[in-house]
Design a protein. Structure first.
Length: 321
């Protein structure tokens, strides 16, 4: 029945999630960190999300036609990444179908650029239901005068007795779904729309290909603190002041002292998205004699009160700061 097939799907997902959790626990015991630092990698770790949609499995029509008409084929896809397990709903193959289409959209968050995702295809073969709809769901037209107790007794042949597992009440059996193929892809393959399934059984109705649409969204999370010496124009004279800076997202805020970050509003802030400097690097000694100096310039429309100074330059209708 459909309920039994859905139960097998839930058991399959639960089995994978349990094993993934055990693997993650073991990895944490050995490595001791949520994500081990890669030697030579930047302190700023970019992450993102990945969306998988329109999963399609082409079918072998000759294999499908040769099947018993009373046999039903059910397919489900499982997406795996470390301890994350996501499954599609079940899709049943009809004898005239040329492919299996999964309408669901799957999304994985917090992916790093070195991710590897596995998509596994599972199939389950069942027989067609033989119980009529009314009998299966205990629909008794014209017999509602019977009490539920008598009704249950009258239809006791449909009530399944409680069966205990031979291995004990705490034993869990394996799911009935069997693996029909899998693909593994990384960031380099996200633009591909077709993959070759690995380990497809010979008698499988699957053609051996998997088609899907993949979208990636990058998210760079930056939060860094430290001291910077900043140049300021004080009454026409240049002055260098040491500031405590916080770079969070695309905003650089600064205070006099580290403790001021928790107690006071910033002295000033700079939105890096508005910076006009294309390439930020160490400036030449012609611009500044101090070593390890970099320059950030912003451009805005000129205002009537703009006066040129050591940090402000008028350029036609624009002002460079």
């Amino acid at each position: 029945s459909r309920e039994q097939v859905e139960g097998e799907r839930l058991l399959l997902v639960a089995t994978h999630r349990r094993q993934a959790a055990l693997n993650e626990i073991q990895r944490l015991k050995v490595e001791g960190s949520l994500r081990p630092a890669i030697p030579g990698s930047s302190e700023i770790q970019e992450s993102g999300s990945l969306t998988i949609s329109a999963i399609t499995l082409p079918l072998r029509k000759d294999q499908l036609r040769a099947m018993d008409p009373n046999v039903r084929l059910h397919f489900v896809c499982i997406v795996r990444h470390l301890d994350v397990i996501i499954a599609t709903p079940i899709v049943q193959a009809a004898h005239g179908d040329s492919c299996i289409r999964f309408p669901s959209t799957l999304k994985i968050e917090d992916l790093y650029s070195d991710f590897k995702i596995t998509i596994e295809v599972y199939s389950l073969e069942t027989r067609a239901e033989i119980l009529p709809h009314e009998v299966k769901y205990h629909i008794h037209n014209g017999q509602m005068k019977k009490t539920p107790k008598k009704l249950l007794k009258h239809e006791s042949k449909l009530v399944m007795p409680a069966v205990q597992s031979p291995a004990g009440p705490s034993a869990v059996r394996s799911p009935a779904f069997s693996l029909s193929g899998y693909v593994i892809f990384s960031l380099k393959e996200v633009s591909r729309q077709q993959f070759t399934l690995n380990k497809v059984p010979k008698n499988s109705p699957l053609e051996g290909k998997l088609q899907m649409h993949v979208e990636c969204e990058l998210l760079v999370s930056v939060e860094h603190r430290g001291f910077l010496t900043m140049f300021e124009d004080v009454s026409g004279f240049g002055a260098w002041h040491r500031r405590w800076c916080l770079l969070k997202g695309d905003t650089l805020s600064y205070w006099k002292y580290p403790d001021d970050e928790r107690k006071k509003t910033p002295i000033g802030s700079l939105e890096l998205q508005g910076v006009a400097t294309t390439n930020v690097g160490l400036v030449s000694r012609d611009i500044c004699a101090r070593p390890h100096t970099f320059l950030l310039e912003t451009i805005r429309p000129a205002e009537s009160g703009d006066v040129e100074s050591l940090t402000v330059v008028r350029k036609g209708s624009s002002t460079v700061i």
